[in-house]
Design a protein around this ligand. Sequence first.
Ligand SMILES: [Zn+2]
Length: 87
Amino acid sequence: MMRLGRRRRRALVCRDAVALMTAYLDGDLAGRDRDRLEAHLADCPHCAEYLAQLRVTIDALGHVDVEDLGGDAVDEFVALYRRWQAG
Ligand SMILES: [Zn+2]
């Protein structure tokens, strides 16, 4: 096996983290996935900020349809991330 120079702490990339966030906020995320997401959030201010925004949205609406959020939320996040990187 060829070894890539990736940092082990980046076990979860931002796209994966965003995909797990709705389940996390619903309390449906458990075990290793939850640990990995929390580890990523501790290490990634962008995702922590996005989770905070998601939480505000859920508070405002009272409910978020996970199916609505799915792919759109990830696309939205990627666009947001590009803006952060550009700024
Ligand atoms: Zn991230």
